[in-house]
Every structure is written in C-alpha cells, then in structure tokens.
Design a protein around this ligand. Structure first.
Ligand code: SF4
Length: 320
C-alpha cells in the first residue's frame, strides 16, 4: 500500500449497556484495531452484525470518538484538531449510509439534499448550486428532472444514487460505505456496486467498504479485513483471502458462497453457535466458542498475529 490516507491506530470503543435487573455492563464494540487505507484504495471490512464494523467506520470519520487510540487522516491526528481544522478535513471524508429510505430528509427536494454539503462548507455560490446539483446527478446516472422532486418519489436504488451524489458533492478523497447495498433488491445491488467502482476509477476515491457479504467485498476491494467481536482476525489482499482464507471464521463466512472459479476449493465449515455478546467476550481466542478447530490453548491464550507474507495477517493458533 502506498500513500496512507487514513490510519486507525490501536482503537478501542466501549459503550455502557443495561444488563437487566438494574445492572450495567460494558460492551466492547471495537477492541484494539489497527487498520490503514491508502489513497485510492478500497478496503473491505466484513463480519456478522454486531461485530463492530459500522462503529469502526464511524470512528474513522470522527463521527464517534474512540475510547482509546487515534485516527489520522493525511497524517493529522483527528483528536488533536480544532473545530475549524476538523470541519475543513470533513469535506474530504464522507459516508454513504445503509438505508437510502432513512438517510435522506423527506421534506427536502433532491437539489437541496445534494447541495447541502456545498452550502455547509461554503464550496459554491448560490447561483452555481443548480448546475452543481445537475452535474452530480448525472455522475450517478440520474437525469436532472429529479432535482425538483422529493425522495419518496424514487425507488430504493435511485435513492441510494441520490445519497451517493450528496456524498460526492464536497469532492471527497475518502468514503465510508456502510453496507450501501444491503437494503436494496439483489437486482439493484450490482448496479450500485458498479457505479461505486466507476466513481472510484474516475475520481481516485478511497473506500472503507463495510459489508457482511464477502462476495460483494471481494469484487470491489483491494484488501479485505475480517472483523470478529471487535477485532480484525484476518486481513489480506482481496484475491488472496478469497482463495486462501486462513482463519476458521473467514472460512466459515466464505463457506456459503457459491464458487464459479474451478481453481478455488472451498471447505464447508459451519459456525457452532451464535455470536457472543460484546459484553462477554470469550477469553483466549474470542472465536473459540464457535470454532470447530479449537484445541488446547484456544480458550486460554489470545493468539498472536502471524504474518503469512504479502500483507496477509491472521490471528489463530493454527497458524502461529
Ligand atoms: Fe479456532 Fe483456536 Fe484458531 Fe481461535 S485460535 S480460530 S479457536 S483454532
């Protein structure tokens, strides 16, 4: 990876939660994550619901403050910046939300929605706004007759295109795409992924692409990080992780994906139980309660990170 754009350094995030009977507990949503995204790079972040990936995406954008650790963007540690400096950097860091039905203000016309970031950041004169909105709509494959309409007049895919146009308005260099297609029909998902891929090539955008579907992530990402109960347990080049998954959890996530490539052999691994609560992370390897390969040290010793070469890292006693 060249030219690090975003660097998440040993980040933790805990939340107080109610545990019933008047008791409280601490949920460890992110539990010691280090991750970088290079300029123009797409890093896929995958895992089941509740593994902390969306929280990490919001920490990357400084929308949530980490409990410990730092996030740097273009070499500047976000927590050390003042309000004006943060505001200025925020133009370059945007988010595409999961739910295109909830993320657009239903009372605003499409033009107002798209140009709002330009107005907030003072990036365009009033008389330029209509043209800028029209150009952004065209970029995402919609026609300018959409400008005067309201979000409820559009399909899910069209609304997600409007959300993407809004996220592009301030000409960002980094976007967190938080499950951007999981609320859409399967037939529309590929269109949106293809659009993001085109925009990435055209604008040199970097993405942290949060998803639970490894197949989607494989096609769109340069590297893939697999997250389990707040930690990254495996990271590698996208093709490498798809062909040679080395953590039993990654293998299990891949097991259900049909393989079109005859050179890829897939073992079928089932997960033993439900994902534990982030308030009760198992000792030793946090995956041991579900792992069919667990052996003597797994429930006592936390596995170290093993370097398998070529940027492939895994946390598992089998590989250590
Ligand atoms: Fe399974 Fe043990 Fe590896 Fe954890 S360390 S993934 S329990 S084999």
């Amino acid at each position: 990876m060249t030219n690090t754009l975003l660097h998440i350094d040993n980040v933790y995030k805990t939340f107080p939660v109610k545990a019933g009977f008047g008791r409280s507990a601490v949920a460890k949503a992110v539990d010691g994550v280090t991750l970088s995204v290079g300029a123009g790079e797409v890093v896929g972040l995958v895992g089941e619901s509740g593994c902390g990936k969306s929280t990490l995406g919001r920490i990357a954008l400084n929308l949530i403050e980490p409990t410990a650790g730092t996030v740097s963007f273009k070499g500047r540690v976000l927590s050390t910046l003042d309000k004006d400096e943060l505001r200025s950097l925020r133009k370059e860091m945007q988010i595409i939300f999961q739910d295109p039905f909830a993320s657009l203000n239903p009372r605003m016309r499409v033009q107002e929605i798209i140009v709002e970031p330009l107005v907030i950041h003072g990036l365009a004169r009033k008389d330029e706004l209509a043209d800028r909105a029209a150009a952004l709509l065209q970029k995402v494959g919609l026609t300018t007759d959409a400008l005067r309409r309201y979000p409820h007049e559009f399909s899910g895919g069209q609304r997600q295109r409007i959300g993407i146009a809004r996220s592009l308005a301030s000409n960002p260099s980094f976007i967190v795409a938080d499950e951007p297609v999981s609320a859409l029909d399967v037939s529309v998902q590929a269109q949106i992924i293809n659009l993001l891929d085109d925009l990435r090539s055209e604008m040199g955008l970097a993405f942290l692409f949060v998803a639970h579907d490894l197949n989607l992530v494989h096609h769109f990402s340069d590297r893939v990080a697999v997250m389990y109960l707040g930690r990254i347990v495996e990271i590698a080049n996208s093709d490498e992780i798809y062909r040679n998954p080395s953590h039993p959890y990654t293998e299990a996530l891949l097991a259900d994906i049909p393989v079109a490539d005859p050179t890829v052999k897939r073992k079928h691994i089932l997960l033993n139980a439900d994902i534990p609560s982030p308030t009760q992370i198992p000792p030793g390897c946090r995956f041991h309660t579900r792992c069919i390969h667990r052996f003597e040290p797994c429930d006592k010793l936390v596995p170290k990170t093993t370097d398998l070469g070529n940027g492939h890292f895994v946390d598992c006693h089998l590989r250590g």
